[in-house]
Design a protein around this ligand. Structure first.
Ligand SMILES: CC/C=C\C/C=C\C/C=C\CC/C=C/CC(=O)SCCNC(=O)CCNC(=O)[C@H](O)C(C)(C)COP(=O)(O)OP(=O)(O)OC[C@H]1O[C@@H](n2cnc3c(N)ncnc32)[C@H](O)[C@@H]1OP(=O)(O)O
Length: 282
């Protein structure tokens, strides 16, 4: 079933409503340019925008609000010019409370679904590293502009986590079945140049300003187009993936919980955290 797009009341509001949305706390900030109708959504959880339950809740809330305010496009970026998003907050997985762990995975599913299923065009302005869940956020957007000298990829298997089917699907759709299979299994991290070559990102930029120009250029390509035809086509392509994820979501949560509660995984996580700290102290 098509969501969001067959609502005539919503389309008639499109021309006149331009709302500036701001998030209730500082984890996500949103600015809407009244002239263009484009929103810039900035992830703002220092130091590395790791995806805690609270940050994901804010992302979902922000996207829902933007959907209601009928913006014409969105750029997703980071407050930091070093890390776009470091993936799931590892601390959420260290000896977790089971209810919270389930909520974390459910909210990651929601984050994927809401960003992947926006009716408006979305661009990820990847101004820093984007491992695992960071790559997920970028993959959900329609278009990706990445600054030079960073890394991106689904490195979950390197951490002892399985990549869930819905995320595998988004990777397949982006870089093709053969490459997605190889690189999801290997957990490959790509530098910016290689990410461009394989199609994981669409354009490179030397720095943030240039990346923003390129992102806006993508959004401008839809200026003269019927928002209805655009969003209907996008959602007709994407809605089935979202519905499939929703049908399997409970099973998917339990697989994640089992994966995380495994003692080998917990031991590996402690070693991994230590390696991050050691790297920092070198
Ligand atoms: C069939 C399905 C079955 C099961 C499903 C199971 C799993 C599903 C799998 C995939 C779906 C998507 C989910 C993905 C899971 C994840 O996202 S796991 C997280 C993966 N992330 C990483 O591996 C990144 C680790 N971090 C880094 O490599 C670097 O920090 C980074 C390059 C991002 C930045 O480097 P730098 O700028 O030098 O910063 P520091 O390394 O010094 O880091 C600063 C402090 O931040 C802490 N930190 C870094 N990353 C995280 C994180 N992800 N979570 C929590 N904290 C993080 C780091 O330890 C430093 O802390 P300190 O200052 O030392 O206290």
């Amino acid at each position: 079933m098509l969501r969001k797009i067959f609502n005539p009341a919503r389309l008639s509001r499109f021309q006149r409503t331009m709302v500036t949305v701001s998030s209730s706390d500082a984890l996500v900030s949103t600015e809407v340019d009244d002239k263009t109708g484009y929103a810039t959504v900035t992830l703002n959880r220092a130091p590395v925008n790791s995806l805690s339950l609270e940050l994901m809740t804010e992302i979902v809330k922000t996207v829902d609000e933007l959907e209601r305010s009928n913006i014409r496009g969105m750029v997703l970026t980071s407050f930091s010019n070093k890390v776009f998003c470091a993936g799931l907050d590892i601390m959420e997985m260290v000896n977790p409370d089971l209810d919270r762990l389930r909520a974390v995975w459910t909210r990651l599913q929601d984050t994927w679904a809401s960003l992947y299923g926006t009716s408006f065009p979305t661009v990820a302005l990847i101004n820093g590293h984007a491992p695992a869940g960071g790559c997920l956020l970028a993959l959900c957007c329609e278009y990706r502009v990445m600054c030079n000298n960073f890394n991106i990829g689904l490195n979950e298997t390197q951490l002892g986590l399985a990549v869930p089917p819905w995320l595998q699907g988004t990777m397949r759709q982006t870089i093709g079945t053969r490459e997605a299979e190889i690189h999801c299994i290997k957990g490959t991290m790509f530098n910016s140049q290689d990410a461009l070559k394989i199609g994981l990102v669409d354009e490179l930029a030397a720095e943030n300003g240039e990346a923003m120009q390129r992102a806006l250029h993508y959004l401008n390509t839809f200026k003269q187009m019927s928002p209805y035809a655009r969003s209907a086509t996008k959602l007709l392509m994407r809605n089935k993936d979202i519905e499939d994820m929703k049908r399997g979501r409970k099973e998917d949560v339990e697989r994640f919980v089992e994966n995380v509660m495994n003692s080998d995984f917990q031991n590996g996580l402690t070693v991994y955290l230590q390696s991050l700290k050691n790297r920092k102290n070198k």
